[in-house]
Design a protein around this ligand. Structure first.
Ligand SMILES: NC(=O)c1ccc[n+]([C@@H]2O[C@H](COP(=O)([O-])OP(=O)(O)OC[C@H]3O[C@@H](n4cnc5c(N)ncnc54)[C@H](OP(=O)(O)O)[C@@H]3O)[C@@H](O)[C@H]2O)c1
Length: 327
């Protein structure tokens, strides 16, 4: 791709996260928010004005047909991620799709096959992987600074005030804590320790919608364990602790978008101040641009295989707790 040309983005779904993403897109020099699509033309127009997009569409299909767009950011409920990603790639567009990229492993395999068949870049928007603090933590651990990891503890829990039909609580839209927020502690552990040998998990379900409201997970490895938690029922610490044979790393609230972290070693605590650029989406956006300009269909940092592994882990958690989606 011509380096002097800006990369033109289209956004599908004008909800909560799409607004935050668009705000970070505006600080990326070689990015242009070209078009936005909503199921409602008023919503699309409001979004267009707020974020200075060139065009707005009242249907996702119209945006898919726009040949000017290089890459689509999908910010709709989980249940629609796979179908929209596949459709966008079949319309000759690269894709950055919000997490979780799909409901299960089967859908993920179809997404990856579509990316390969059409030679289109696809990445799951696992923004924490590109966060400067997380990148530094992973390097420190890979360099052996805290020795061998023996224990990880991370939670992601807050009290939701969303209505029963919201994407968060509605099973028809992929609701439930595991896929929405449990994905973060699972991601942290997978990124540092790989695929667990064994997973134990238990959930408490919503009385009416039957989505999982809170889920506790143990990931067991030959030489390490992780105790993880996600919930919509109450606020927790939202911290992550990584304990190694030679030290510890603590990430404070909200650990999934850290602005720094602490290393505790030899009875000393050292704080590393590593703020994000913008809200934190800028880092994954820059990775998309890097890969597209290099003609890569996947990121080497958060690859297709990484997404496949993570969703397979979440499939196992759901199997353990007995959570199935109607689709
Ligand atoms: N990376 C992060 O930190 C982060 C944070 C929050 C959420 N997310 C992910 O982003 C995705 C969207 O989350 P969100 O919090 O932005 O949700 P949201 O505020 O509910 O927005 C989702 C948007 O999807 C569109 N949509 C399409 N079909 C829909 C349906 N049947 N019901 C409801 N909305 C529908 C709507 O846009 P239109 O009405 O404009 O068509 C809606 O505004 C989720 O998959 C979530 O996991 C990521």
């Amino acid at each position: 791709m011509d380096r002097s040309k800006k990369i033109k983005w289209g956004i599908i779904g004008c909800g909560n996260i799409a607004h935050k993403f668009a705000s970070d897109l505006s600080i990326i020099e070689d990015a242009e928010l070209y078009a936005v699509a909503s199921r409602s033309i008023e919503k699309a127009k409001d979004f267009q004005i707020k974020h200075s997009a060139k065009k707005s569409y009242s249907s996702y299909d119209q945006l898919m047909e726009d040949e000017e767009i290089d890459i689509v950011y999908i910010a709709t409920p989980h249940i629609s991620h796979a179908a929209l990603s596949i459709k966008a790639m079949e319309h000759n567009k690269h894709v950055l799709c919000e997490k979780p990229l799909a409901i299960n492993k089967k859908e993920t395999i179809e997404i990856i096959a579509t990316s390969k068949r059409n030679h289109k870049f696809f990445m799951e928007a696992l923004w924490t992987r590109f966060n400067p603090s997380f990148v530094a933590i992973k390097k420190m651990i890979d360099d052996g600074v805290i020795g061998d990891i023996k224990y990880i503890n991370a939670d992601f829990s807050f009290k939701t005030d969303k209505p029963l039909n919201s994407r968060v609580l509605n099973l028809e839209l992929g609701g439930g804590a595991i896929l929405d927020i449990g994905i973060y502690p699972a991601f942290l552990t997978y990124s540092l320790l790989g695929i667990p040998d064994e997973i134990l998990a238990k959930s408490i379900f919503h009385d009416i919608t039957k989505c999982d409201m809170q889920t506790s997970m143990i990931f067991h490895y030959p030489n390490a364990q992780a105790v993880l938690y996600s919930s919509f029922a109450s606020k927790s610490d939202m911290t992550a602790k990584i304990s190694g044979t030679d030290g510890q790393i603590h990430i404070s609230d909200p650990w999934h978008v850290p602005q720094g972290f602490s290393l505790i070693k030899n009875h000393k605590k050292e704080y590393f101040d590593l703020p994000t650029t913008g809200i934190g989406f800028s880092h994954e956006i820059m990775e998309c641009h890097y890969c597209i300009r290099k003609n890569q269909i996947e990121s080497k940092i958060w690859s297709h295989q990484n997404s496949l592994d993570l969703i397979s882990i979440l499939d196992k958690v759901r199997e353990q707790v007995g959570l199935k989606y109607p689709t």
